[in-house]
Design a protein around this ligand. Structure first.
Ligand SMILES: NC(=O)c1ccc[n+]([C@@H]2O[C@H](COP(=O)([O-])OP(=O)(O)OC[C@H]3O[C@@H](n4cnc5c(N)ncnc54)[C@H](OP(=O)(O)O)[C@@H]3O)[C@@H](O)[C@H]2O)c1
Length: 315
Protein backbone atom coordinates (compact mmCIF):
# COMPACT_ATOMS: atom_id res chain seq x y z
CA UNK A 1 0.00 0.00 0.00
CA UNK A 2 1.06 3.59 -0.58
CA UNK A 3 2.09 5.47 2.52
CA UNK A 4 1.18 8.89 3.88
CA UNK A 5 2.64 11.04 6.60
CA UNK A 6 0.43 11.99 9.50
CA UNK A 7 2.50 14.57 11.29
CA UNK A 8 5.92 12.99 10.69
CA UNK A 9 4.68 9.43 11.16
CA UNK A 10 4.72 7.30 8.03
CA UNK A 11 1.66 5.04 7.86
CA UNK A 12 -0.32 3.14 5.22
CA UNK A 13 -2.69 5.52 3.41
CA UNK A 14 -5.61 3.53 4.82
CA UNK A 15 -5.61 2.32 8.42
CA UNK A 16 -7.85 0.09 10.51
CA UNK A 17 -10.38 1.08 13.18
CA UNK A 18 -10.87 -1.67 15.76
CA UNK A 19 -13.84 -0.31 17.75
CA UNK A 20 -16.51 -2.50 16.17
CA UNK A 21 -14.60 -5.65 17.10
CA UNK A 22 -15.65 -5.12 20.75
CA UNK A 23 -18.06 -2.20 20.99
CA UNK A 24 -20.94 -0.17 19.59
CA UNK A 25 -22.00 -2.53 16.82
CA UNK A 26 -24.02 -5.68 17.53
CA UNK A 27 -22.52 -8.15 20.00
CA UNK A 28 -23.80 -11.18 18.07
CA UNK A 29 -21.65 -10.25 15.05
CA UNK A 30 -18.40 -10.11 17.00
CA UNK A 31 -15.74 -12.77 16.61
CA UNK A 32 -12.50 -12.23 18.51
CA UNK A 33 -10.43 -14.82 16.66
CA UNK A 34 -11.45 -13.45 13.27
CA UNK A 35 -10.77 -9.92 14.55
CA UNK A 36 -7.22 -10.92 15.51
CA UNK A 37 -6.76 -12.30 11.99
CA UNK A 38 -8.08 -9.02 10.54
CA UNK A 39 -5.49 -7.04 12.54
CA UNK A 40 -2.73 -9.40 11.34
CA UNK A 41 -3.88 -9.05 7.73
CA UNK A 42 -3.97 -5.26 8.09
CA UNK A 43 -0.31 -5.25 9.12
CA UNK A 44 0.53 -7.71 6.31
CA UNK A 45 -0.96 -5.45 3.62
CA UNK A 46 0.51 -2.24 5.07
CA UNK A 47 -2.59 -0.80 6.78
CA UNK A 48 -0.29 0.10 9.63
CA UNK A 49 -2.25 2.75 11.56
CA UNK A 50 -4.29 0.68 14.00
CA UNK A 51 -6.76 2.58 16.17
CA UNK A 52 -8.36 1.61 19.47
CA UNK A 53 -9.45 3.33 22.73
CA UNK A 54 -9.77 2.42 26.38
CA UNK A 55 -13.52 3.11 26.35
CA UNK A 56 -14.16 0.52 23.62
CA UNK A 57 -15.52 -2.38 25.62
CA UNK A 58 -14.61 -0.69 27.96
CA UNK A 59 -11.04 -2.02 27.96
CA UNK A 60 -11.67 -5.25 26.02
CA UNK A 61 -10.77 -3.70 22.66
CA UNK A 62 -7.32 -2.63 23.90
CA UNK A 63 -6.85 -6.16 25.29
CA UNK A 64 -7.81 -7.66 21.93
CA UNK A 65 -5.45 -5.34 20.04
CA UNK A 66 -2.71 -6.08 22.59
CA UNK A 67 -3.11 -9.82 21.96
CA UNK A 68 -3.09 -9.36 18.20
CA UNK A 69 0.08 -7.25 18.04
CA UNK A 70 2.16 -9.34 20.43
CA UNK A 71 5.46 -10.11 18.73
CA UNK A 72 4.72 -7.65 15.90
CA UNK A 73 5.33 -4.33 17.62
CA UNK A 74 7.41 -2.96 14.76
CA UNK A 75 4.78 -3.70 12.11
CA UNK A 76 2.27 -1.04 13.15
CA UNK A 77 1.71 2.48 14.38
CA UNK A 78 -0.37 2.00 17.50
CA UNK A 79 -3.02 4.63 18.26
CA UNK A 80 -5.20 4.63 21.35
CA UNK A 81 -7.37 7.16 23.17
CA UNK A 82 -8.23 8.23 26.69
CA UNK A 83 -10.59 10.68 28.34
CA UNK A 84 -13.97 8.98 27.95
CA UNK A 85 -15.44 6.74 30.64
CA UNK A 86 -18.62 4.75 31.15
CA UNK A 87 -20.40 6.23 34.19
CA UNK A 88 -22.59 4.43 36.75
CA UNK A 89 -25.66 4.82 34.50
CA UNK A 90 -23.91 3.29 31.50
CA UNK A 91 -23.48 6.66 29.78
CA UNK A 92 -20.23 7.56 28.02
CA UNK A 93 -18.95 10.81 29.52
CA UNK A 94 -15.68 12.77 29.30
CA UNK A 95 -13.11 12.76 32.09
CA UNK A 96 -10.19 15.01 31.28
CA UNK A 97 -8.82 15.45 34.79
CA UNK A 98 -5.03 15.20 34.73
CA UNK A 99 -4.78 12.64 37.56
CA UNK A 100 -7.37 10.43 35.85
CA UNK A 101 -5.64 10.65 32.42
CA UNK A 102 -2.35 9.55 33.97
CA UNK A 103 -4.01 6.43 35.45
CA UNK A 104 -5.77 5.80 32.14
CA UNK A 105 -2.45 5.84 30.28
CA UNK A 106 -0.97 3.26 32.66
CA UNK A 107 -4.01 1.04 32.00
CA UNK A 108 -3.72 1.43 28.21
CA UNK A 109 -0.01 0.53 28.26
CA UNK A 110 -0.72 -2.57 30.35
CA UNK A 111 -3.66 -3.81 28.26
CA UNK A 112 -1.84 -3.16 24.98
CA UNK A 113 1.28 -4.89 26.33
CA UNK A 114 3.64 -2.17 25.10
CA UNK A 115 6.16 0.17 26.68
CA UNK A 116 5.15 3.08 24.52
CA UNK A 117 2.02 4.10 22.58
CA UNK A 118 2.85 5.73 19.24
CA UNK A 119 -0.14 8.07 19.22
CA UNK A 120 -2.24 8.79 22.31
CA UNK A 121 -5.38 10.81 21.67
CA UNK A 122 -7.66 12.79 23.99
CA UNK A 123 -10.96 11.18 22.94
CA UNK A 124 -13.06 14.21 23.90
CA UNK A 125 -12.24 17.56 25.48
CA UNK A 126 -13.89 17.58 28.93
CA UNK A 127 -15.98 20.76 29.19
CA UNK A 128 -15.27 20.84 32.94
CA UNK A 129 -11.46 20.85 32.51
CA UNK A 130 -9.44 23.46 30.56
CA UNK A 131 -7.99 21.72 27.52
CA UNK A 132 -4.50 22.95 28.44
CA UNK A 133 -4.70 20.98 31.72
CA UNK A 134 -5.68 17.68 30.06
CA UNK A 135 -3.15 18.30 27.30
CA UNK A 136 -0.46 19.19 29.82
CA UNK A 137 -0.52 15.73 31.37
CA UNK A 138 -0.44 14.10 27.94
CA UNK A 139 2.65 16.16 27.12
CA UNK A 140 4.20 14.92 30.40
CA UNK A 141 3.62 11.36 29.15
CA UNK A 142 5.58 12.25 26.00
CA UNK A 143 8.43 13.63 28.12
CA UNK A 144 8.46 10.40 30.15
CA UNK A 145 8.66 8.27 26.98
CA UNK A 146 5.35 6.49 27.59
CA UNK A 147 3.78 8.05 24.54
CA UNK A 148 5.47 9.13 21.32
CA UNK A 149 2.96 11.74 20.09
CA UNK A 150 -0.38 13.13 21.16
CA UNK A 151 -3.57 13.97 19.32
CA UNK A 152 -7.11 15.20 19.88
CA UNK A 153 -10.44 13.81 18.79
CA UNK A 154 -13.63 15.75 17.96
CA UNK A 155 -12.16 19.05 19.14
CA UNK A 156 -12.93 22.54 17.86
CA UNK A 157 -10.26 24.47 16.01
CA UNK A 158 -10.00 26.84 19.02
CA UNK A 159 -9.36 23.92 21.40
CA UNK A 160 -6.84 22.43 18.97
CA UNK A 161 -4.96 25.73 18.69
CA UNK A 162 -4.96 26.15 22.49
CA UNK A 163 -3.51 22.67 22.97
CA UNK A 164 -0.94 23.31 20.24
CA UNK A 165 0.44 26.25 22.21
CA UNK A 166 1.22 23.83 25.08
CA UNK A 167 2.59 20.91 23.04
CA UNK A 168 2.45 20.14 19.28
CA UNK A 169 -0.77 18.49 18.14
CA UNK A 170 0.33 15.52 16.03
CA UNK A 171 -3.12 14.53 14.80
CA UNK A 172 -6.79 15.34 15.00
CA UNK A 173 -9.30 12.52 14.65
CA UNK A 174 -12.91 13.27 13.71
CA UNK A 175 -15.69 11.95 11.55
CA UNK A 176 -15.07 12.60 7.87
CA UNK A 177 -16.92 10.93 5.04
CA UNK A 178 -19.10 11.78 2.09
CA UNK A 179 -22.05 12.45 4.37
CA UNK A 180 -20.04 14.15 7.18
CA UNK A 181 -18.05 16.91 5.54
CA UNK A 182 -18.04 19.65 8.19
CA UNK A 183 -14.43 18.96 9.27
CA UNK A 184 -13.32 20.20 5.83
CA UNK A 185 -14.27 23.78 6.77
CA UNK A 186 -11.76 24.52 9.55
CA UNK A 187 -10.12 21.51 11.19
CA UNK A 188 -8.72 19.75 8.11
CA UNK A 189 -7.17 23.05 6.84
CA UNK A 190 -5.79 23.78 10.35
CA UNK A 191 -4.08 20.37 10.34
CA UNK A 192 -2.58 20.95 6.90
CA UNK A 193 -1.27 24.39 7.85
CA UNK A 194 0.20 23.22 11.16
CA UNK A 195 1.85 19.97 10.12
CA UNK A 196 -0.70 17.74 11.87
CA UNK A 197 -2.29 14.65 10.37
CA UNK A 198 -6.06 14.21 10.15
CA UNK A 199 -7.46 10.78 10.98
CA UNK A 200 -10.87 10.28 9.36
CA UNK A 201 -13.11 8.08 11.46
CA UNK A 202 -16.30 6.36 10.23
CA UNK A 203 -15.21 6.97 6.60
CA UNK A 204 -17.81 4.45 5.39
CA UNK A 205 -20.64 6.31 7.09
CA UNK A 206 -20.87 3.44 9.62
CA UNK A 207 -21.53 1.05 6.68
CA UNK A 208 -24.35 3.09 5.13
CA UNK A 209 -22.26 4.35 2.20
CA UNK A 210 -21.36 0.78 1.23
CA UNK A 211 -25.03 0.03 0.50
CA UNK A 212 -25.07 -2.61 3.27
CA UNK A 213 -28.01 -1.05 5.16
CA UNK A 214 -31.27 -1.63 3.31
CA UNK A 215 -33.65 -0.76 6.13
CA UNK A 216 -33.83 -0.29 9.91
CA UNK A 217 -34.52 -4.05 10.16
CA UNK A 218 -30.88 -4.68 9.18
CA UNK A 219 -29.80 -3.33 12.60
CA UNK A 220 -30.01 -5.59 15.62
CA UNK A 221 -31.53 -4.37 18.90
CA UNK A 222 -28.13 -3.80 20.58
CA UNK A 223 -26.60 -1.93 17.62
CA UNK A 224 -25.92 1.68 18.67
CA UNK A 225 -26.94 2.93 15.22
CA UNK A 226 -30.54 2.28 16.38
CA UNK A 227 -30.23 5.61 18.23
CA UNK A 228 -28.42 7.50 15.47
CA UNK A 229 -30.60 10.04 13.60
CA UNK A 230 -29.33 8.88 10.19
CA UNK A 231 -30.34 5.29 10.87
CA UNK A 232 -33.97 5.97 11.76
CA UNK A 233 -36.36 4.28 9.30
CA UNK A 234 -37.38 7.46 7.45
CA UNK A 235 -33.80 8.75 7.21
CA UNK A 236 -32.55 5.42 5.85
CA UNK A 237 -35.29 5.54 3.24
CA UNK A 238 -34.39 9.12 2.26
CA UNK A 239 -30.66 8.41 2.22
CA UNK A 240 -30.93 5.50 -0.24
CA UNK A 241 -30.58 8.10 -3.00
CA UNK A 242 -27.11 8.86 -1.64
CA UNK A 243 -26.00 5.22 -1.34
CA UNK A 244 -27.36 4.51 -4.83
CA UNK A 245 -25.39 7.47 -6.20
CA UNK A 246 -22.17 6.13 -4.68
CA UNK A 247 -22.93 2.70 -6.19
CA UNK A 248 -23.46 4.27 -9.64
CA UNK A 249 -20.04 5.95 -9.50
CA UNK A 250 -18.46 2.70 -8.27
CA UNK A 251 -19.91 0.76 -11.22
CA UNK A 252 -18.25 3.19 -13.67
CA UNK A 253 -14.82 2.57 -12.08
CA UNK A 254 -15.32 -1.18 -11.67
CA UNK A 255 -14.89 -0.54 -7.95
CA UNK A 256 -17.08 -1.12 -4.91
CA UNK A 257 -19.07 1.61 -3.08
CA UNK A 258 -16.78 1.22 -0.03
CA UNK A 259 -13.74 1.88 -2.22
CA UNK A 260 -15.36 4.99 -3.70
CA UNK A 261 -16.24 6.30 -0.22
CA UNK A 262 -12.60 5.81 0.88
CA UNK A 263 -11.10 7.25 -2.32
CA UNK A 264 -13.23 10.38 -1.80
CA UNK A 265 -11.80 10.78 1.74
CA UNK A 266 -8.24 10.24 0.49
CA UNK A 267 -8.77 12.91 -2.17
CA UNK A 268 -9.57 15.57 0.46
CA UNK A 269 -5.89 15.99 1.42
CA UNK A 270 -2.54 14.21 1.51
CA UNK A 271 -2.43 14.56 5.31
CA UNK A 272 -5.65 12.56 5.79
CA UNK A 273 -5.73 8.85 6.68
CA UNK A 274 -9.10 7.09 6.92
CA UNK A 275 -9.52 4.27 9.44
CA UNK A 276 -12.43 2.14 8.21
CA UNK A 277 -13.65 -0.38 10.76
CA UNK A 278 -14.20 -4.01 9.90
CA UNK A 279 -14.30 -7.43 11.50
CA UNK A 280 -13.90 -9.30 8.21
CA UNK A 281 -10.83 -10.08 6.17
CA UNK A 282 -12.74 -9.76 2.87
CA UNK A 283 -13.82 -6.20 3.75
CA UNK A 284 -10.33 -5.30 4.96
CA UNK A 285 -8.84 -6.41 1.65
CA UNK A 286 -11.52 -4.60 -0.33
CA UNK A 287 -11.07 -1.40 1.68
CA UNK A 288 -7.29 -1.31 1.56
CA UNK A 289 -7.33 -1.65 -2.24
CA UNK A 290 -9.08 1.76 -2.38
CA UNK A 291 -5.69 3.49 -2.21
CA UNK A 292 -5.21 2.85 -5.94
CA UNK A 293 -8.59 4.29 -6.96
CA UNK A 294 -8.40 7.81 -8.43
CA UNK A 295 -11.73 9.57 -8.89
CA UNK A 296 -12.03 12.32 -11.52
CA UNK A 297 -12.54 15.91 -10.39
CA UNK A 298 -16.04 15.80 -11.86
CA UNK A 299 -16.92 12.71 -9.84
CA UNK A 300 -15.41 14.16 -6.65
CA UNK A 301 -17.71 17.18 -7.00
CA UNK A 302 -20.69 14.99 -7.84
CA UNK A 303 -20.04 12.84 -4.74
CA UNK A 304 -19.55 15.88 -2.47
CA UNK A 305 -22.88 17.30 -3.64
CA UNK A 306 -24.59 13.95 -3.11
CA UNK A 307 -23.13 13.66 0.40
CA UNK A 308 -24.42 17.08 1.38
CA UNK A 309 -27.98 15.90 0.69
CA UNK A 310 -27.84 13.45 3.65
CA UNK A 311 -30.90 13.42 5.89
CA UNK A 312 -30.34 13.36 9.67
CA UNK A 313 -27.56 14.69 11.90
CA UNK A 314 -24.44 12.56 12.42
CA UNK A 315 -25.13 12.08 16.17
N1 LIG B 1 -12.73 9.30 17.73
C1 LIG B 1 -13.98 8.94 17.82
O1 LIG B 1 -14.77 9.52 18.56
C2 LIG B 1 -14.46 7.76 17.01
C3 LIG B 1 -15.84 7.52 16.88
C4 LIG B 1 -16.23 6.42 16.10
C5 LIG B 1 -15.27 5.61 15.49
N2 LIG B 1 -13.94 5.88 15.67
C6 LIG B 1 -12.89 5.05 15.04
O2 LIG B 1 -13.15 4.95 13.65
C7 LIG B 1 -13.19 3.59 13.26
C8 LIG B 1 -14.14 3.40 12.09
O3 LIG B 1 -15.45 3.84 12.40
P1 LIG B 1 -16.70 2.86 12.36
O4 LIG B 1 -16.21 1.46 12.41
O5 LIG B 1 -17.68 3.29 13.39
O6 LIG B 1 -17.39 3.21 10.96
P2 LIG B 1 -17.03 2.88 9.44
O7 LIG B 1 -15.61 2.56 9.32
O8 LIG B 1 -17.58 3.99 8.65
O9 LIG B 1 -17.95 1.61 9.14
C9 LIG B 1 -17.79 0.37 9.75
C10 LIG B 1 -18.94 -0.51 9.35
O10 LIG B 1 -18.86 -0.77 7.95
C11 LIG B 1 -18.83 -2.16 7.69
N3 LIG B 1 -17.90 -2.36 6.56
C12 LIG B 1 -16.54 -2.22 6.56
N4 LIG B 1 -16.05 -2.43 5.33
C13 LIG B 1 -17.10 -2.73 4.54
C14 LIG B 1 -17.22 -3.07 3.17
N5 LIG B 1 -16.16 -3.09 2.37
N6 LIG B 1 -18.46 -3.35 2.68
C15 LIG B 1 -19.57 -3.31 3.48
N7 LIG B 1 -19.51 -2.98 4.79
C16 LIG B 1 -18.28 -2.70 5.32
C17 LIG B 1 -18.36 -2.80 8.97
O11 LIG B 1 -18.87 -4.11 9.03
P3 LIG B 1 -18.12 -5.31 9.81
O12 LIG B 1 -17.74 -4.73 11.14
O13 LIG B 1 -19.18 -6.34 9.89
O14 LIG B 1 -16.95 -5.73 9.05
C18 LIG B 1 -18.96 -1.86 10.03
O15 LIG B 1 -20.33 -2.21 10.24
C19 LIG B 1 -13.60 2.87 14.56
O16 LIG B 1 -13.25 1.50 14.51
C20 LIG B 1 -12.84 3.64 15.60
O17 LIG B 1 -11.50 3.19 15.64
C21 LIG B 1 -13.53 6.95 16.42
Amino acid sequence: MRTRNVNTLEVGAIGLGCMGMSFAYSRSRRNEEESVRVIHRAMDVGATLIDTADVYGPHTNEELVGRAIRGRRDDLVLASKCGLIVDGNGNIVPNGRPEYLRTAAEGSLRRLGVERIDLYQLHRVDPKVPVAESWGVLSDLVAEGKVDRIGLSEATVEQIAEAHRVHPVATVQSELSLWSQDQLDEVVPWCRENGAGFIAYAPLGRAFLTGAIGSAQDLEADDWRQDNPRFQAAAIEANHKLADGVADVAARYDATPAQVALAWVLAQGEHIVPIPGTKRIAYLEENTRADTLRLSDVDLILLSDLGRSAVGSRY
